[in-house]
Design a protein around this ligand. Structure first.
Ligand code: NAD
Ligand code: TYD
Length: 351
């Protein structure tokens, strides 16, 4: 079956893996990647697939309603997979407005465009909103996030994603727009922008720079290999139930300090350093404001209903990730040149 699918944010970390999966797995689909190419967007992430005949790129802002309306006239989309977002919690603390503009307003603009373009016939259409487990707030030592867990976002980032999720459900309830939502735990893997913990530490270990651990390093995250998230998105897009929500997680909880020590151990062996050498770079810094203690996902709905399960263990995934960064030093060097140095200086100077 042929389909034309709009993927937003396809030049970013997760979006690039989703675009790659769709253009290579479904040669009959036309995949239109819409991305504003913010600091986090990088077309280099797609260099291996961007000459395929079923791939198209459009540069634009999801919050630009005229542009989005024109895009929905230029193409007849059968589906939207919406990943474009401002995604970094620390940036949301310094500039919440940018998160409201893209994550809340931009999502509403896309929903409106899909509703207007599809309103005569919703048959076979689907608006898939990719969201985060952070909308559920912060767990204590026990428990897991379920699809039924009440929303309790605590950072400007998670508040903006929660708001966008509510708009998606409101469009489903009010206008019967066919939607599906997934809420995923922390991703890791190739092409991750090095403002986030894992690539930041790999980059800093490589260059013998301090590894900034917020607070005591006791916060817990549930890490999932990005390619397994892209596999889940494929399954949910094709087989998820209209109007439903699916949680996606790695069943793989790590405290930040244990995770960074694990990275140090792998990097020591890859860089032929004595074991324990990179750990000396660990530096405890001022905690993030309002830092969520623990996220952990129960993915049993996705596993039981759609048969998804992660394809790689964390041990395999983290080694693949470290090796990817070591083999793609030029990608990393280009990404951290320019504005990144300015960002890093500003974000870490007073910690
Ligand atoms: P990212 O920051 O790496 O990429 C975001 C992409 O969106 C970039 O290519 C950027 O250029 C683009 N973009 C930003 N603003 C835009 C705008 N106004 N118009 C068009 N494009 C715009 O993010 P990511 O980590 O790949 O996350 C993708 C999605 O997945 C987000 O919606 C995020 O909330 C969600 N998510 C991320 C994680 C994670 O661990 N990274 C976990 C769960 C859910
Ligand atoms: P991050 O990768 O920013 O993802 P999120 O905040 O969305 O979970 O951070 C992961 C964890 O690592 C989080 O608890 C904050 C912590 N962290 C540090 O300790 N130091 C850092 O330099 C960064 C970027 C994050």
């Amino acid at each position: 079956m042929t389909k034309t699918i709009l993927i937003t944010g396809g030049a970013g970390f997760i979006g690039s893996h989703v675009v790659r999966r769709f253009v290579t797995t479904y040669p009959n689909y036309t995949i239109v990647n819409l991305d504003a190419l913010t600091y986090a967007g990088n077309l280099e992430n797609l260099r291996d697939v961007d000459t395929l005949p079923n791939y198209k790129f459009e540069k634009g802002d999801i919050a630009d309603a005229d542009f989005i309306e024109a895009l929905f006239k230029k193409y007849t989309f059968d589906g939207v997979i919406h990943l474009a977002a401002e995604s970094h919690v620390d940036r949301s603390i310094t500039d919440p407005g940018a998160f409201v503009k893209t994550n809340v307003f931009g999502t509403m603009v896309l929903l409106n465009a899909a509703k207007n373009a599809w309103q005569t016939n919703f048959e076979g259409k689907r608006f898939y909103h990719v969201s985060t487990d952070e909308v559920y707030g912060s767990l204590g030592a026990e428990g897991l996030f379920l699809e039924t867990t009440p929303y309790d976002p605590k950072s400007p980032y998670s508040a903006s994603k929660a708001s966008s999720d509510h708009f998606v459900r409101a469009y489903h309830n009010t206008y019967k727009l066919p939607v599906v939502i997934s809420n995923c735990s922390n991703n890791y893997g190739p092409n991750h922008f090095p403002e986030k913990l894992i690539p930041l530490c790999i980059n800093n270990i490589t260059h013998n720079k301090p590894l900034p651990i917020y607070g005591k390093g006791e916060n817990v995250r549930d890490w999932l290999y990005v390619i397994d998230h892209a596999r889940a998105i494929d399954m949910i897009f094709h087989s998820g139930k209209n109007g439903d929500t699916y949680n996606i997680g790695g069943n793989n909880e790590w405290t930040n300090i244990a995770l960074v020590k694990k990275l140090c151990e792998i990097m020591d062996s890859r860089l032929n350093r004595a074991q324990g050498e990179s750990e000396k770079l660990i530096t405890y810094v001022t905690d993030r404001a309002g830092h969520d203690l623990r996220y952990a996902i129960d993915s049993s709905k996705l596993m039981n209903e759609l048969g998804w399960e992660p394809s790689v263990t964390f041990e395999e995934g983290i080694e693949l990730t470290v090796d990817w960064y070591l083999q793609n030093q030029e990608w990393l060097a280009r990404v951290v040149s320019g504005n990144y140095a300015h960002y890093y200086e500003k974000m870490y100077a007073n910690r």
